[in-house]
Design a binder for this molecule. Structure first.
Ligand SMILES: Cc1ncc(C[n+]2csc(CCOP(=O)(O)OP(=O)(O)O)c2C)c(N)n1
Ligand code: SF4
Ligand SMILES: [Mg+2]
Length: 200
């Protein structure tokens, strides 16, 4: 799955570019070498993030980055393990894994690239789409309230759950560094731009 490593395939202006750079910077700033880290992604536009970072990586199934990353950490606790998911991937199909990871407090980082829609499948509503937002599946505006991922994580026992924005690059990098250093499950919800489908 490491073919075309250098060919980034996101839309111009996509927040994923900044998230990718922030993860790379955090590894660099903390001096975590490629042999000591594993990046695990699920499925979504940003699923390719694991291909664009030098080091061990796995691109897994939709919503399944957490169980894969948990297995990696249990097999080799010395590794820094960063799982990356998306609002549809992590809060929709993978929600059960997320809640149990908060409860189990296994020492992995979980970054959710939250563009408030299903970008890869061309812009359907997701669990974080705001009320009133027009998407392919909500042409008259979304009528279902989104949930708050941070409140949800904390109610499930998360010891680290924070919000960041892809645009606020310094803050995002600092939060990723904190999350890596946190002893236990560390979740960051990153609000990201999606110029192709997020127009609210
Ligand atoms: C089990 C399964 N169901 C459905 C899909 C189709 N699918 C691919 S990406 C995606 C949604 C992606 O949205 P999100 O997770 O928010 O990521 P984004 O593309 O917005 O970054 C869906 C439903 C799939 N790949 N696997
Ligand atoms: S559809 Fe949105 S999230 Fe996906 S690559 Fe394009 S801008 Fe980024
Ligand atoms: Mg999304």
């Amino acid at each position: 799955m490491r073919h075309k490593m250098n060919e980034i395939q996101w839309c111009p202006g996509c927040g994923d570019f900044l998230i990718l750079m922030a993860v790379k910077n955090a590894f660099k700033n903390l001096g975590i070498e490629s042999k000591d880290r594993v990046v695990v992604t699920g499925i979504g536009c940003s699923g390719k993030l694991s291909q664009y970072i030098d080091g061990y990586a796995a691109e897994t199934l939709h919503g399944r980055s957490i169980p894969f990353a948990t297995g990696v950490k249990l097999a080799n606790p010395r590794l820094t393990v960063v799982a990356i998911g998306w609002d549809g991937d992590g809060y929709g199909i993978g929600l059960g894994h997320f809640l149990h990871a908060c409860r189990r407090d296994i020492d992995i980082v979980y970054i959710v690239c939250d563009n408030e829609n299903y970008g890869l499948t061309t812009g359907q509503a997701s669990p974080t789409t705001p009320v009133g937002a027009k998407t392919k599946t909500t042409p008259k505006g979304c009528q279902i309230s989104p949930f708050d991922p941070i409140a949800l994580a904390k109610s499930a026992g998360a010891t680290f759950s924070e919000r960041a924005e892809s645009k606020d690059f310094k803050w995002l990098t600092a939060k990723i560094e904190e999350a890596i250093q946190h002893p236990g499950f560390a979740h960051i919800d990153v609000l990201q731009d999606c110029p192709s489908f997020k127009r609210w």
